[in-house]
Design a protein around this ligand. Sequence first.
Ligand code: ADP
Ligand code: MG
Length: 382
Amino acid sequence: KYHKVLAENRELYNQVQDLKGNIRVFCRVRPFHPDQIGNRSTIDYIGEDGSIVIANPLKVGKDQRKSFTFNRVFNPSAAQEEVFLDTQPLIRSVLDGFNVCIFAYGQTGSGKTHTMTGPNNPSPSDWGVNLRALNDLFHISQSRKDHMTYGIGVQMIEIYNEQVKDLLSTDGSNKRLEIRNNSQQNGLNVPDASMMSVNCTQDVLDLMSLGHKNRAVGSTALNERSSRSHSVLTVHVKGIDQVSGAILRGCLHLVDLAGSERVDKSEATGDRLKEAQHINKSLSALGDVIAALAQKNSHVPYRNSKLTQLLQGSLGGQAKTLMFVHISPDEESYSETLSTLKFAERVASVELGAAHSNKESGEIRDLKDQVAFLKDSLAKRD
Ligand code: ADP
Ligand code: MG
């Protein structure tokens, strides 16, 4: 009941989430495809409090079920809009100068691209996090225009076999890009990737279709390529305070990761084996970095993959991270579902309710008051 009250009060919920630290994990369960409806699901239970229980189709008895807890679990019927509601506060913090990384993790076919981009040529209700985020940034920056002037620029790159490629080049050039870690002057990690300034939704839609086209070049099927590479849409925000002249920079990385499925070593050979090794290495490097941050380790191993090098300035410190982990409900996916949830559990923040600054303690006191108030009004309702 307590969690239901919290869920009803999204704003409060999001403030509580904020205090749980800078790393959060949301799990999203894909619905069955139309031709699978009626099949048995491995998802046994989804709670309002972020818990999920899965059942192994090959076992019976007490070992059959495994339970996990995340910041939130979206059930298969959750709409794009609902998923975005809990993402919005992070997006908005970019306009206040925060760096934010949002990842989509999961096996191929589990719904990563659906969450981040939505289907091809989506209607607005199908829009994924990417378009909703940019739209929101346009909207809020407009509403602040009498005291802040914002400029929004976008880069889109792909990491395939540990090589970085520009997805927004218009001249068809396919050169390898370098990651620079010491680019404090302009805040760009990949200074040679095309940077496009965007002002409205149509600008973004145009760029996405360009990126889509560039990604398909040279690969037999876009779907195959996209499941074996990471795509990173980076939104750079620069705000100028019209009174003080102070400049504020925030950066949002929206990352559609390569499929996390393990490849059978006995079957993969040649290029496929090489791809699989690169994916494996970069996903575990990402897991290691986030786990090290969640555990507040003094050493964070950013150098082990291109992806973590690229995102170094936006993972850790004051930056905020959201990992969407995606699972499929079908029985054939059970072992991948289990390993996805184990990955997610490892990167989920272990320290709940951590408060370090005085400001946060004050906030916690306020929130405790609000929670007490809500519990009280709930008691009265019964
Ligand atoms: P991935 O990017 O992880 O490989 P996709 O996002 O391409 O997976 O999803 C695979 C298929 O499932 C697509 O046809 C997609 O439209 C559908 N799908 C995924 N998630 C959902 C969802 N939440 N609701 C409806 N359809 C979905
Ligand atoms: Mg995809």
